[in-house]
Write a protein that binds this ligand. Sequence first.
Ligand code: FES
Length: 186
Amino acid sequence: MSAAREEGGLHAPAHASHGSSAHAHGGTHTPIFSGERRKQLDELLARYPNKMAGLLPALWMAQEAEGWVSEGAMAEIAGLLELTPAYVKGVVTFYTMYHQHPVGRHFIQVCTTSPCGVCGAEDVVKSFLKHTGCGELGVTSNDGKYTVIEVECLGACGFATPIMINQDFIESVTPERVPEILGKLK
Ligand code: FES
């Protein structure tokens, strides 16, 4: 779980991109945990001593389903786990790994903390912003494919510049490698 520098404080993406983005802020929420997914959740909860302990994985499931964790998803999970929506929201806003707004299909995190910064991380960021078409940090590209953010140390300071694209870790990224890296993404 990386320390996103300010995901919550970044610009809200201009373009919703993921799955059920129609469930966006304030819209009608279609239940996520029905059918097979509800069954998976019930099986998962059975492995924990209480429902509250299953909150983090339940949030992951919601994010996998919709690409982010909407207010509706938080309320749904709160109901299922017998928690208050405020508690669930507190957890979502604490962990930067949960997206509080729709993001691109490829969520790109670039370490720009000082050790990587002096090795040119800012130029890597600029290259991603240019080649993804995002233009700005935290803004999703028009095609819904990409969102780029800066994060704090990813724990690979000797391999500047490290990045993460969703769950994949890539080290020694240079501005020149960016088109090749993006070219491998579907
Ligand atoms: S400062 Fe960039 S990985 Fe540690």
